[in-house]
Design a protein around this ligand. Structure first.
Ligand code: AMP
Ligand code: MG
Length: 396
């Protein structure tokens, strides 16, 4: 049986290139960028006034002064000039700094007066040269790389893309995702189950988790019957690049999923990982075409495997790893990686503290309500002390 680390490496090594597409910027949030983005101009592109006030020219700090106002430089106007050193132009935030000035004095630091048709501003505090000006190119230079290909776009990146005029963006194509539950005991959620039946729930849970990641998915259900499985999966493999199956991968007499997938040309990369919950997890690929995750059916196992294996695969390594602090001692004897259900929150020192949730095993999905994620306790020991830091799979 392989370890969790080996399973993760195998999955990463089987990333499939889904190609690229150009999409309008407003649709690009959460997508993976497929081109490097450079600054088309300096950031900011001109000496930008950062306060409403007056622009003057001074060489050294001053503590007093009287400036004649020659006019106003509004945002959006091309640069004006002052005609003499003792003059000033009123300037508004966002305006170009008038060409022969170097300092902006805020309205708050001035007293205005009028003599005939002339207007003056007297200084009532001290002022330094270069004040209240955001200098051209001081943030980024034209030509500098702002965003690397391969990053996942969020709101700040969308703002940057807009500022360099990328109304269309090259991103990675998204694979089509099918979620396929199996199990003859499962009924549709609209149906009142018979006493020996249960409603299909985890497919909806996975669809919601995918939605949060920016992925659409379609739900299917297949019976525990080899011929029906084979027939329907043949079709699904053609129509979807990513298949997430749940149930039917363990050692039960009706667990036909692994054999059927192999029969259909999905090459098994692993079956069974030294972990709890989720040991029977299966992963296979059809070169360049499909990636298939067959997850155990117990809902807590399903979800742990989804977070550990499916989510990073679909997000192509763009998810930042997280750590959390175990808040109380745990003993776990089996030589398996233990995905411990925890409720994690930040304490007063800003440390993410993970409190174990007892629950009653991998079938207890109501336990996920209080749960914020899984703390990953390594397989090579059995005692884990309070205060130790471990990898954390967060889903809140
Ligand atoms: P299996 O992995 O098929 O042996 O299923 C393990 C357990 O998980 C069984 O008790 C199933 O009824 C339950 N289960 C499987 N699939 C689902 C599902 N989609 N929603 C809720 N429970 C499920
Ligand atoms: Mg089953």
């Amino acid at each position: 049986m392989i370890s969790v680390e080996e399973a993760s490496q195998i999955i990463t090594a089987h990333q499939i290139d889904w190609g690229t597409e150009t999409i309008p910027l407003p649709l690009a949030n959460r997508r993976i960028l497929a081109e490097a983005i450079t600054a088309d101009r300096d950031f900011p592109p001109f000496h930008r006034v950062t306060m409403d006030g007056i622009a003057v020219s001074i060489d050294t700090p001053i503590t007093e002064g009287l400036f004649r106002i020659e006019g106003t430089q509004y945002a959006g106007e091309s640069p004006k000039t002052i005609t003499s050193r003792g003059s000033a132009l009123e300037v508004m935030t966002g305006a170009v700094l008038p060409s022969n000035t170097n300092t902006v004095i805020r309205y708050e630091d001035l007293t205005f007066s009028e003599y005939g048709d002339k207007r003056f501003a007297a200084l009532n505090t001290n002022v330094n040269p270069q004040q209240n000006v955001h200098h051209q190119g001081s943030d980024r230079r034209a030509g500098e790389v702002l965003l690397q290909a391969g990053i996942r776009l969020g709101s700040s990146e969308i703002g940057i893309l807009a500022s360099v005029g990328k109304s269309q963006v090259l991103v990675q194509k998204k694979p089509r995702v099918a979620i396929i539950s199996t199990g003859d005991e499962l009924v549709d959620i609209q149906v009142t189950p018979l006493p020996h039946q249960i409603r299909k729930s985890s497919g909806y849970q996975l669809a919601a988790a995918l939605q949060e990641m920016g992925f659409a998915s379609e739900l299917f259900h297949l019976p525990d019957h080899p011929e029906s499985l084979e027939k329907k999966l043949t079709e699904l493999i053609q129509n979807f690049e990513i298949l997430i199956l749940t149930g039917g991968v363990s050692a039960g007499k009706k667990d036909f999923v692994p054999a059927t997938l192999e029969k259909l040309g999905i090459q098994k990369q692993f079956h069974k990982v030294a972990q709890r919950p989720g040991k029977p997890v299966w992963f296979g690929v059809r070169a360049g075409q499909n990636a298939v995750f067959a997850l155990p059916g117990n809902p807590v196992s399903t979800f742990a495997c989804f977070l550990k294996y499916v989510r990073p695969y679909l997000l192509q390594g763009t998810l930042a790893p997280m750590k959390a602090v175990l808040s109380e001692k745990i003993i776990f004897k089996p030589e398996l990686t233990y995905f411990l259900t925890v409720a994690a929150s930040f304490n007063e020192e800003g440390r993410l503290m993970a409190t174990p949730l007892k629950g009653s095993g991998s079938g207890d999905f109501a336990n996920l309500l209080a749960c914020t994620g899984f703390l990953e306790l390594p397989a090579d020991r059995s005692e884990f002390t309070a205060g130790e830091v471990f990898s954390y799979l967060s889903f809140r």
